[in-house]
Design a protein around this ligand. Sequence first.
Ligand code: PLP
Length: 396
Amino acid sequence: MPLLDLHRQYETIGHEVLAAITRVCDSQAFILGPEVEALEREIAALTGSAAAVGCASGTEALWLALVAAGVKPGDSVITTAFSFFASASAIVRAGATPILVDVDPGTLNLDAAHVIRHLRRNATGGTHNKPAGIVSAILPVHLYGQCADMDAFAKIAEEFNVAIVEDAAQAIGAEWHRRGAGSLGVTAAFSFYPTKNLSAYGDAGIVATMHPEMAEHMRRLRNHGSPRRYYHDEFGWNGRMDAIQAAVLRVKLPHIASWNEARRQHAALYDRLFTGAGLTSASSAQPSSPSSRPCTAPVRLLARDPNATHVFHQYVIRVQRRDDLRQFLADRKIGTEIYYPLPLHLQPVFSYLGLKEGGLPVAERAAKEVLALPMFPELTEPEIRRVVESIADFYT
Ligand SMILES: Cc1ncc(COP(=O)(O)O)c(C=O)c1O
């Protein structure tokens, strides 16, 4: 049983996907064009944002989102140390310095309290050994498909006059107080990488925004800063989306709500089975039970924020003896993955930021404990039972 089995999805919608690809081939229009424009309208409607701009990848989307939100070379942007590399590398590509801070021990999302502490320290002259530019944006990541605490970040935006840029790469269809991820900040980036909940047949991404003028800016930026062909007002890049990717995504889009619902049901079953097997304390999925509390149960579930509608891009648990368990499951042909084994502040390429081991203890501990289990809409109940039974076997 793999972590993700895309073949099962292809069996159900493959004929429609092939017809959509044929449609693009028949048109011989391969870059941007009507398929991309239609997808942009459909994603704007899904996320409740004013506009969306299709681009080449989620990484490209993050860069567009940061630049359109006003991040300039020399600025600083605060983000989480516990995410995929692109959350921080896109900040560098925008010419800014990432300020990596620790995460909430329950959800593993960017901890707003740490962000506030940093902004206050910055406002009073700062105690950082490295001089950094003004903080122009905060980049919360909706990790594993659950929105970060966007109430707290909205307050921060107001008090400190910073832009909130959502890294919603893992969170298409997720909600916060019933508002769509992608409509909660100034700009937002989504990835359609093939493993994502809504996935292309190659690389693709999209940026959403509540601000039509920012959408226009991003349209220019993704096309060499060009308002019209061969005229360039600013430096952009080739970040355009392929029409074939848009056509594939448009076949899948009508299914995203039911696919996300299936993921939620699988997660609820995992939760029940773990609790029923006595592997975890019954309360560990509650947001009020911080996972930093000493805990002897071998498995801990991540906290679920009651304001968030989770889309379970990944179903992640925290476990004791993680690497041995992973090997045990691999021997039983059960696929797992570690998102992420090394926090961003300990990546060699970010050593220039001056953070050392022990500096962000919650992220560091999570990196040693997290394990993603098989999760995709077509997963079956017997398969989920087999995963939990295997984990129970390991710990007994
Ligand atoms: C949190 C996060 N941010 C950014 C990205 C980058 O997206 P992409 O791989 O499409 O460039 C990803 C996807 O891998 C991601 O998970």
